[in-house]
Design a protein around this ligand. Structure first.
Ligand code: GYE
Length: 328
């Protein structure tokens, strides 16, 4: 109740700020739709670490153009300090709305409080923050990463249901401290943890990149004998790992069962080729919903606190069937 009231007050304040800026002819600031000018969004992207991210950036840029929203875009190169700088600069520029995909979960309260004091609404997209104060942002649009980890675990449990021998698993984690790395790990562990035959023998970050995935998998192959399964938190790390596995004279998808998350084109191709065994989809096409939420938030309309993306899973056969019409 209190939150709703303060949200309404905040929305009212934004409305007043905008009317004010329209009437006193402040050209440095933007004004709301209806005030004539374009809605201005400051967007701080994580980086360009993966195929998923490239598709996400494209979706945001294309959707902004289609919605007539002026997009100020910055790439943080996977560094939180760069994102904080970008957000501060958007506050200074008095954009209408700030959207960002936080590289890690913690450490956002000071800058989000600055945005709040400036009456600029913030939308979290793709990744979450762990702030206790949920009034620091209007909504969070993105996937349920815990559920993605669970789906990966459920497939594995099903595959090995008739076996009793220990199953040696290695895990390539996403960026340390990021929501998808924390949550995918937790969801996967929750499901496989109920059967003691599943053992995660090694688990390390590959930072969501192909190069790091390859490097860490090379180390796993040296340190861990008889790896049965690789769980990679995204396709790119899985694709890097495939190179390492082939380099070690093993057959990916056969000698080592591979599960990844994302379902970007290159991942789906490897799945159809039999080098990956199962992919949990994570949709990067958040642009249209993000622009819609931004327009509503700026107008002071109520939006749901959480918007979850719809996703599916793919086996090798399913990948073959849909590969041709995959958009990203
Ligand atoms: O899975 C990975 C990317 O945050 C969901 O980030 C996103 C993740 C995605 O680098 O490929």
């Amino acid at each position: 109740m209190f939150r709703r009231i303060s949200a309404l007050i905040a929305i009212g304040a934004i409305g007043m700020a905008m009317t004010g800026c329209g009437s006193d002819g402040d050209t440095g600031a933007s004004s709301a739709p209806g005030g004539g000018d374009k809605l201005v969004m400051g967007f701080s992207q994580v980086g360009a670490e993966s195929g998923w991210r490239t598709a996400n950036t494209k979706s945001v840029q294309e959707s902004a153009a289609a919605a007539g929203i002026e997009l100020k875009f910055s790439d943080a190169q996977q560094k939180q300090e760069n994102q904080i700088k970008a957000i501060r600069s958007y506050i200074q520029q008095k954009v209408d709305v700030i959207a960002f995909s936080p590289v890690v979960e913690s450490g956002w309260d000071p800058v989000l409080n600055e945005a709040k004091r400036a009456n600029i609404p913030v939308i979290l997209t793709d990744r979450a923050v762990d702030s206790a104060d949920t009034s620091l942002y209007k909504t969070f649009l993105g996937s349920d990463f815990v559920e993605e980890g669970r789906k990966a675990g459920q497939w594995l449990v099903e595959q090995y249901k008739d076996k009793t021998d220990p199953v040696t698993i290695v895990e390539l984690q996403g960026t340390t401290g990021s929501a998808p790395a924390n949550d995918r790990k937790a969801g996967f562990q929750e499901v496989i943890g109920s059967d003691p035959k599943f053992k995660i023998a090694a688990s390390q970050t590959g930072d969501f990149t192909r190069a790091k995935g390859k490097e860490v998998m090379e180390a796993f192959l040296k340190s861990t004998p008889n790896i049965d399964v690789l769980f990679a938190h995204n396709d790119d790390m899985g694709l890097g790992a495939i190179e390492a596995i082939e380099g070690a004279g093993k057959v990916p998808g056969k000698d080592i069962v591979i599960i990844t998350i994302d379902a970007v084109k290159d991942g789906m191709q490897a799945l159809a080729d039999g080098k990956i065994n199962y992919i949990v989809e994570c949709s990067p096409l958040l642009g249209p919903q993000l622009m819609d939420l931004a327009q509503k938030v700026v107008k002071g309309e109520q939006v749901p606190a959480r918007v979850v993306t719809e996703e599916t899973t793919f086996t090798q056969e399913q990948a073959k069937a849909v590969l041709a019409e995959r958009k990203y």
